[in-house]
Design a protein around this ligand. Structure first.
Ligand code: GDP
Length: 523
């Protein structure tokens, strides 16, 4: 692949955010099918409702010679390279998901047409809003009974405080579903998902349903009239700034409206954006390679203790064999075996540009939040650690496994599964998580991958705060008073294990020289 400094303009790096069961997996597969990256329609039907696992994807990958992993799927459409980053699909909000969203430039929000905005969609949306990530909405499962279209649009506007511009209009839903009107192109999309060849305009299409006896369809057409009068038109700038979402409708399962959604991503989604960094933001057009680790995945192959750092490029070109500096440690690494995730002609993928994601196998030299450069002291910012909402003690019954436990906790903390805190006095560890599932994952992986049986026990602390030490003396005084509450995170930074919010407030008042931080930006 020829590397140019403007190659990033052809990149669209995005994620799908949704509540479990809204149809993210099905839609992902249909996007790949529609782009021509895979041709599996028969096979998919055969598999029916069965959930596809990662090994299924691997199998697909081997058969088709393309690269699909659970973390990043790269495919091409309309001369563009699309990088779809996977956000874990469970109901539990995890730090991993948040960090993945720091590596995308836009998102598709999938909503179940019968359910509207659900809890997890809302949480993920809020994360996107923090970074002004533009969002295209896909209202899925229109082949089933659905809520009224205007009501869905209203809910998006009210719950998310986001303007909506419907781009398609469903003519009925469920058994009454009679097609989609493409409001932008003035074209009709048949109930089977195929668009009509000509585009007679929205009014002409609407008139076809003027005399319908079907109540649902009549209501849909009335809704359309109201929407055309009252809702804002699509505005690219408002979308890019995160104020307005274009709304598409369809069925991922039946491949209705998916092609139009894919085209919307290609036409509207932004190319790589400027990345916040110190001492100054990184421009994607910059010639020097700059990237940051947003995810580390260990033990993808259980027989082989491997560890892959997923690096999102923010500028320049990364090629095989290149030497890069890990700004945090100051150490140089040679990128010998980068994994590129291009869907097409894998052998050409010898380099990647801004917007792309590269997997770098390593043995623990790369951690989440690290910045890689061609030597410059640039640190990408905005990849935080969160103060854990759950703080627990790790109980190890078999004390002959102390070493393995240390290794398991260190590895899994590095992956972002949990955070680990080592008290400055006494043995043992505390682990922190934002959601309870993270703790379950810790317990089962410690057993399965490291042979360490652990139990998670309540702790006498409710949360943790990173202590920013402006004044060493003040910290020493503080530490002397709170010896039992002082721990270190895995970078050796001091952490205050707090028995209550009240205690945090009191310490902050008593020690104005110290800052007690709820998030620590690794940048
Ligand atoms: P995820 O949890 O968001 O990844 O959701 P899945 O893609 O696994 O879908 C959840 C369930 O909804 C599965 O049984 C799918 O077959 C089904 N599903 C997904 N999209 C549609 C759709 O457009 N129409 C209907 N009727 N079912 C769908």
């Amino acid at each position: 692949m020829s590397a140019t400094s403007n190659g990033h303009q052809t990149r669209r790096t995005f994620a799908i955010i949704s509540h479990p069961d809204a149809g993210k997996t099905t839609l992902t597969e249909k996007l790949l099918l529609n782009s021509g990256a895979i041709h599996l329609a028969g096979q998919v039907a055969e598999r029916g409702e069965r959930r596809r696992t990662r090994s299924d994807w691997m199998e697909i990958e081997q058969k088709r010679g393309i690269s699909i992993t659970s973390s990043v799927m790269t495919f091409e459409h309309d001369g563009l390279t699309l990088n779809l980053l996977d956000t874990p699909g469970h109901a539990d909000f995890s730090e991993d998901t948040y960090r993945t969203l720091t590596a995308v430039d836009s998102a598709i929000m999938v909503i179940d047409a019968a359910k509207g905005i659900e809890a997890q969609t809302l949480k993920l949306f809020e994360v996107c809003r923090l970074r002004d990530i533009p969002i295209i909405t896909f209202v899925n499962k229109i082949d089933r009974e659905a809520r009224d279209t205007l009501e869905i649009l209203d809910e998006i506007m009210e719950t998310l405080a986001l303007d909506t511009a419907p781009m398609m209009w469903p003519v009925g839903a469920g058994v009454d579903f009679s097609g989609l009107i493409d409001l932008e192109q003035g074209r009709f999309v048949n109930p089977d998902g195929t668009p009509e060849a000509d585009a007679p305009g929205v009014t002409a299409i609407a008139s076809r349903f003027a005399t319908t006896q079907n109540q649902t369809i009549a209501a849909a057409m009335e809704g359309l009239e109201l929407a055309r009068e009252s809702l804002p038109k699509f505005d690219l700038e408002a979308y890019r700034e995160g104020h307005l979402t274009p709304v598409y409708f369809g069925s991922a399962l039946k491949s209705i409206g998916v092609r139009e959604l894919l085209e919307a991503v290609c036409r509207f989604a932004p190319s790589p954006r400027i990345q916040p960094a110190r001492p100054e933001p990184v421009d994607p057009a910059g010639a020097k390679c700059t990237g940051f680790v947003f995810k580390v995945q260990a033990n993808m192959d259980p027989n082989h203790r491997d560890r892959v750092a997923f690096v999102r490029l923010a500028a320049g070109t990364m090629s095989r064999g290149m030497k890069l500096k890990n700004v945090r440690s100051g150490k140089e690494i040679k990128v010998n075996n980068p994994m590129f995730f291009f869907a097409r002609e894998r052998e050409l993928a010898d380099s990647a540009v801004a917007g792309d994601v590269v997997g770098i196998p390593n043995h623990g030299t790369l951690s989440v939040g690290d910045t890689l450069t061609e030597g410059a002291d640039i640190t990408v910012t905005g990849i935080p650690n969160f103060a854990p909402e759950l703080l627990r003690r790790v109980h190890l019954s078999d004390t002959s496994k102390t070493k393995q436990l240390a290794k398991a906790l260190s590895d899994l903390a590095e992956e972002g599964v949990i955070q680990v805190f080592k008290p400055s006095i006494g043995a043992g560890y505390y682990v922190g998580a934002v959601g309870p599932l993270q703790l379950e994952v810790l317990t089962s992986r410690a057993q399965a991958e490291y042979g360490v049986p652990i139990r998670i026990e309540p702790a006498q602390y409710v949360t943790a705060r990173w202590v920013k030490v402006g004044d060493e003396k003040a910290f020493e005084k503080f530490a002397a008073l709170h010896r039992l509450n002082i721990a270190q995170d895995r970078y050796g930074d001091p952490v205050f294990l707090a028995p209550s919010q009240w205690e945090i407030d009191r310490c902050a008042k008593d020690f104005p020289e110290l800052t007690f931080m709820a998030t620590k930006d690794r940048g």
